[in-house]
Write a new protein. Structure first.
Length: 266
């Protein structure tokens, strides 16, 4: 992960999305430290997000987990910290996260996958003193998540999209979509670049996962063209609210609260 992250930073990326569950925070931290030393880039210009796993939720437990996360990342603060899944004692976790903000260990708080039900979303909004700044959810042209976008709009919550290109579970469906391919050809771009450009013009943040250096370079090369109003309408017309990851909240509770343990990071 250190090499991949370093490649991305050198290519111009300044937002790194990690999580305890990804088992890559230590590598991200080493890459950031190396890049700042070699480039002179100040820490304030690099945005680091991470996520707490449900087994780390609960007042007292979560604060300890945040301190351990900072050690793995070799950072003094985390720019944005999420509760990764809406199961377990996420309210207790949130209270510790709010304390971490007051202590300067975390700058902003977010919720990940809290589109799972109205109940979990309403509970975090009711129980929080520091409102979530960001909601991270699966979102892409086939699942544009119109209802949840409207739901969070009154709170000023920003949307960050995971699986912005569909993810491995899609088997490349979005990249082979005839409409997207046609738009890509018109701009001399790849389908992935067109999709990511759509995300940007919709006002989202997108976090495409890539380890191949060619894809890392490709994904960031989207600032030299713009989709027309007509092309944006075509892209919006692809929506069928078809997600590729469809685990229910009940399945997450069974899987994430006991069975899934996070390995020790090196």
């Amino acid at each position: 992960m250190r090499a991949v992250c370093l490649t991305a930073l050198r290519a111009g990326y300044r937002h790194i999305d990690t999580a305890h569950a990804y088992n890559d925070e230590a590598g991200v931290g080493r890459a950031v430290k190396h890049f700042m030393a070699e480039s002179g880039t100040p820490r304030e210009q690099i945005w680091i997000t991470s996520k707490l796993w449900p087994t780390e939720y609960g007042e007292g437990t979560t604060m300890k987990a945040i301190d351990e996360m900072l050690e793995r990342l070799q950072l003094d603060y985390i720019d944005l910290l999420y509760v990764h899944q809406p199961v377990g004692d996420f309210v207790g976790a949130w209270h510790d996260m709010e304390k971490a903000v007051a202590m300067g260990k975390v700058r902003a708080l977010g919720i990940s996958n809290f589109d799972a039900s109205d109940e979990v979303f309403e509970r975090i909004m009711t129980e929080s003193r520091v409102n979530p700044a960001v909601l991270q959810i699966e979102c892409h042209p086939y699942a544009q998540r119109l209802a949840i976008r409207e739901k969070v709009k009154p709170y000023g919550i920003h949307i960050t999209c995971w699986f912005p290109l569909g993810g491995d579970m899609s088997n490349g469906a979005l990249l082979k979509d005839p409409t997207i391919m046609q738009i890509a050809e018109a701009h001399g771009k790849t389908p992935a670049q067109v999709i990511l450009r759509w995300h940007m013009q919709e006002g989202f943040s997108a976090i495409p996962g890539a380890s191949n250096p060619d894809y890392i370079e490709e994904n960031i090369a989207i600032s030299d063209f713009e989709l027309t109003d007509g092309e944006m309408a075509q892209m919006r017309g692809l929506n069928k609210e078809e997600r590729f990851f469809n685990m229910s909240l009940e399945e997450k509770e069974r899987a994430y609260l006991g069975k899934m343990q996070i390995p020790t990071q090196r």
